[in-house]
Ligand binder design. Sequence first.
Ligand code: SF4
Length: 519
Amino acid sequence: MSTTKVAEYCYQCVAGPDLLNVCVEDGVATRVEPNWKFGDIHPAAGRVCVKAYGLIQKTYNPFRVKKPMVRTNPVKAQDADPQWKEVTWDEALDLIAQKLLAVKAKGVRDESGYPRLAVTFGSGGIAPAYTGALPAFLSTWGPVDFGIGSGQGVKCYHSEHLYGEFWHRAFTVQSDTPRTNYLISFGNNNDASGGVLGVWRHAQARERGLKRVQFEPHLSVTGAHAQWVPVKPKTDAAVMYALIHTILHEHDWRKECDVEFLRGMTNSPYLIAPNGLFLRDETSRKPLMWDEKENRARPFDEAFTPAMDGTYTTSGITIGADQELTNFENIQAATSFQKLIDHVRDYTPEWAEKISGAPAATIRQVAREFLENANVGATIEIEGKTYPYRPVAILLGKTVTNGWGGYEALWGRTMLAILVGALEVPGGTIGTTVRLNRPGHDRLASARPGPDGFMDQPLNPTDKENWVAKPKIRNAYQTLVPLANNSPWSAALGPAHLPWLFMKEPPENWPRPTTPEVW
Ligand code: SF4
């Protein structure tokens, strides 16, 4: 019997790729084992998780599809047997070619303007290498509807992706685990689902003293190695709001928060008009801040140290939707940070305890430890460059970011990181490598300043001139979802339930969402 070891990798989930060896005996794969040879370059040291060990069964599953299959549909009904029939590759390719040629002959778009060809992949994150020449073929075809079957508008946790893309330039976020000292998790079951690397990194971090606090209704594997704080399902945001309240109302934020970061990198000092919009200079139209030394409002980009909190009597304009201008004379304008302080005034730990069940004393303990561990003012040198060092992070589980309450939870997480400057710095909460923002090769290259001093966000336009009024594909993400931005992934992330909702009854003045002819 001849036995060989074939170096391979597993990419069954986004935590990969992870390296492994497949043992092959007489041409048959018999076993998966770690590939220790690459221990020093693979972040998980050549290990794979238990799921990868099942790849052998998956490969030789006797019920796997071995040849192309055609669904003959003698009776097309929900409970009817579709009667799949095996065909040869030639027959399958001829069938597809016939259909595609017929579409080409009629025109790649139908009379409503929608692509006649739709394509759905089994997984949004499928590695391009697995799809062979198909992407190249599709790119020569012309318009293809990628938005009809992905289903992500229905099931996916867009709040995580949205906040990830906005504030971390990444699809999902993680703790900088090798450098984090204090980790608050709301239902993030890393030790079960963090992939081999995630589990290993957390274990190493715990060994060197990382403290984890786990808010979740049930005691998970991760919670078992943490300070477990039971909470009622979907009340995570209430706990986070109370943490913010405690930091801003029960601690001295001037001493314990990262005021330098808040002042220089956020809208904290920007003045807010009574209508909720940024108050702007009438001539330059730039947002205003308050100069306490000169006792006057000044445009944000002038050289002075603006007030962080307080309410000031001043004048200016606001620019609303469709450039609508409003004048304000001698009004009371609060800073954004003052608005935040006021906003969380009622979210006391006692208020959160009633909602979540988490004891008020525990919320105060966590807020205190979070501030203590944030190390505000500390720096770290990495590869010759000095960065702020804020070793506190917050992770959210999928049930927390999914569905109702998701956006509030993400707001809470982002705000907590911002208060201590732990956003996108070593030790804090940072973006992962998957992203929609372009360019794809550099996560931070898309973080550019916009005209008002904020990070420029590539949203789909909503102004009259540039708004895409007529959808080009059935999920209409460019028409209806400005936050999606028009990137290569957007079609798969758009509200994919819309094609199904509108198939019979289109919205008024829309092209009828016809069904694709080849899907
Ligand atoms: S975490 Fe497990 S399933 Fe995911 S890529 Fe790595 S080995 Fe494969």
